[in-house]
Design a protein around this ligand. Structure first.
Ligand code: AMP
Length: 173
C-alpha cells in the first residue's frame, strides 16, 4: 500500500506556509483504512500495552480501532472544556497556534502502560503535553503511534524517548 498516494496534501491550510496532510482521504478509502489499522496493530503485537490514550479529534478514530481490536481501555485526551469530570490538563504550542488538552484524571490508572495515539506528529508538542499528563499522575507510557511523521520538525528532541512509531514520514514540506 502506497500511503503517500492516498494522503491528500493541501497547501496553505489552515494558514499560509503550512502543507496540511489530510488523513480523511485514508478514511474514505476502505483498503487504506484497513491497511493503516492492521499495520498499527502489528507494530505493537509483542509489546505490553495496557490502554490507549487517543488525541482529539483525528486520533480518536485510529485509537478507537486499536482499543476495540485488542480489547483495551480507551481514554480520550480532549480539547479544554469538553470533559465533565475532574481532569488533568496541559497547555502546549502547535505548529500553528496553541491549545490545551485535558484527560479525566480517574481514567489514568497509575502503573499501567499507555500507548498514545494521534494522526500526525509535527513538532511533537501535542504528544509531549499528553505524555506529561500521563507521567504526572504516575502512569507509564508504552509508546507513541501516529500515521504520519514530520521528522524534519525535530519531534525526536521532545518525544524521542517515548519511541514514536509512524507508518509514513515526510522529510520536507
Ligand atoms: P504537533 O503538536 O506540532 O506535533 O502537531 C500535531 C497535531 O497538529 C496533530 O494533532 C495534527 O493533527 C496537527 N497537525 C500539525 N501539523 C499538521 C500538518 N502539517 N498537517 C496535518 N495536521 C497537522
Amino acid at each position: 500500500m502506497d500511503l503517500d498516494k492516498v494522503i491528500r496534501k493541501v497547501p496553505d491550510f489552515p494558514k499560509p506556509g503550512i502543507l496540511f496532510y489530510d488523513i480523511t482521504s485514508i478514511f474514505t478509502n476502505p483498503e487504506a483504512f484497513r491497511y493503516v489499522i492492521d499495520k498499527m496493530i502489528s507494530l505493537y503485537k509483542d509489546e505490553q500495552v495496557d490502554g490507549i490514550i487517543s488525541i482529539e479529534s483525528r486520533g480518536f478514530l485510529v485509537g478507537a480501532c486499536f482499543a476495540y481490536k485488542n480489547g483495551l481501555p480507551l481514554v480520550l485526551a480532549r480539547k479544554k472544556g469538553k470533559l465533565p469530570g475532574k481532569t488533568v490538563s496541559q497547555s502546549y504550542l502547535l505548529e500553528y497556534g496553541s491549545a490545551t488538552l485535558e484527560i479525566h484524571e480517574a481514567d489514568l490508572i497509575p502503573g499501567k502502560k499507555w500507548l498514545i495515539i494521534d494522526d500526525l506528529i509535527a513538532t511533537g508538542g501535542t504528544l509531549e503535553a499528553v505524555a506529561g499528563m500521563i507521567e504526572r499522575v504516575g502512569a507509564n507510557i508504552a509508546g507513541i503511534f501516529s500515521i504520519i511523521g514530520l521528522p524534519f520538525l525535530n519531534y525526536d528532541e521532545r518525544i524521542g524517548k517515548y519511541n514514536p512509531k509512524t507508518l509514513i514520514n515526510y522529510y520536507s514540506e
